[in-house]
Design a protein around this ligand. Structure first.
Ligand code: NAD
Ligand code: TYD
Length: 340
């Protein structure tokens, strides 16, 4: 089995590459990633000597390059994770989200179809496409799309393109819509790693609005095992929600981090709310459970301390991101400069 992973140098992609390398020893993995600010090859340094893993710097919006790489590698499957992923950045700079998330996804679909062989295409999306919930209810696979941020709107657009590729061209596509992830290698602009590193440094912890927005948190390794299950067992043209039945208000997460680190609640700063901030996300994951037999393995009580300890044990990883030194890693390993 030959698999292309897009966005494998990012948070979830790197965790997925590690999981596949460990659990599917007869697979060859090609990671294509543009190495934007969110891509960090240090996340995969243990695999550099592996004969079953390789990396190529590819921007998925570069059609010719994608065609060349796909033709040379001849994948049996594509797992598409590359994306601009941060809501706050999408409010400031929506165009890069449209380019990568919408245009990039269509280019990958085109070049997968051009291969003229059966290739399974797993499209990795988010629960944010469904918009926001009130105090009750859950997102199911039939909840109408109602994205509220440029990020979620661009992901919704990409989901529709994947749907169209199935209905129009009969492509072998599957889509997953997952809730918020946490775990190792998450870029420290997202809630959990940001709060951990600020707390460690005795800096203020910025909580948006009243801190009572609810997210449904899933440990990243569980997301990776779900993607693998859908790739191997999912039905073409279907979408699968992924979540861990673990809803928490943001302020509860922030307090749990402070308490684990033995830091005072006085570090909390309530700041201006995010424009258009979705109030609550919650996933009904019964379809993937009933049809594919997937369930999360980690509880929040186990995986949050594990995650906090990973960031404590890997302070150097965070510091190299904060200083920008992580961007030099590519040049040191590959002897050439990053092209962007
Ligand atoms: P991330 O921002 O950590 O990583 C994204 C990766 O994509 C980076 O390595 C970046 O260099 C790469 N990339 C960006 N633009 C690219 C381009 N034009 N060409 C090639 N590579 C490019 O994101 P993440 O949190 O790991 O998310 C991965 C996927 O999972 C995304 O599609 C996201 O929408 C989805 N998702 C994320 C979450 C979450 O909680 N983080 C939840 C559900 C779904
Ligand atoms: P984030 O990690 O950006 O994920 P998403 O917006 O995709 O859900 O944010 C998670 C929640 O935490 C969200 O409700 C916004 C909130 N948040 C803060 O309160 N402060 C922060 O500094 C950040 C980054 C997020």
């Amino acid at each position: 089995m030959r698999v292309i992973i897009t966005g494998g140098a990012g948070f979830i992609g790197a965790n997925l590459v590690h999981l596949l390398h460990r659990e599917r020893p007869d697979w060859t993995i090609l990671n294509i990633d543009a190495l934007t600010y969110a891509g960090n090859l240090e996340n995969l340094k243990e695999l550099e000597e592996s004969e079953r893993y390789r990396f190529q710097q590819v921007d998925i919006t570069d059609e010719e390059k994608v065609r060349e790489v796909f033709a040379a590698f001849q994948p049996d499957a594509v797992m598409h994770l590359a994306a601009e992923s941060h809501v706050d950045r999408s409010i400031l700079d929506p165009m890069s989200f449209i380019r990568t998330n919408v245009l990039g996804t269509q280019i990958l679909l085109n070049e997968t179809r051009n291969l003229d062989k059966d290739v399974r295409f797993l499209h990795v999306s988010t629960d944010e496409v469904y918009g926001t919930l009130g105090a009750t209810g859950y997102f199911t696979e039939t909840t109408p799309y109602a994205p509220n941020s440029p990020y979620s709107a661009s992901k919704a657009g990409s989901d529709f393109l994947v749907r169209a590729a199935f209905h129009t061209h009969g492509m072998d596509v599957v889509t997953t819509n997952c809730s918020n992830n946490y775990g190792p290698y998450q870029f420290p602009e997202k809630l959990i790693p940001l709060m951990i590193s600020n707390a460690v440094e005795d800096k203020a912890l910025p909580v948006y609005g009243d801190g009572m927005q609810v997210r449904d948190w899933l440990y990243v390794e569980d997301h990776c095992s779900a993607m693998l299950r859908v790739l191997e067992k999912g039905k073409a043209g279907e979408t699968y929600n992924i979540g861990g039945n673990n809803e928490r208000p943001n302020i509860e997460i922030v307090r749990a981090i402070l308490s684990h680190l033995d830091k005072p609640d006085s570090l909390i700063r309530y700041v201006q709310d995010r424009p258009g901030h979705d109030r609550r996300y919650a996933i009904d994951a019964s379809k993937i459970k009933n049809e594919l037999g997937w369930e999360p393995s980690w509880t929040f009580e186990e995986a949050l301390p594990k995650t906090i300890n990973w960031y404590l044990d890997n302070r150097g990883w965070v510091e190299r991101i904060q200083s920008g030194a992580y961007r030099d890693y590519y040049e040191e390993q590959y002897g050439k400069r990053l092209t962007d």
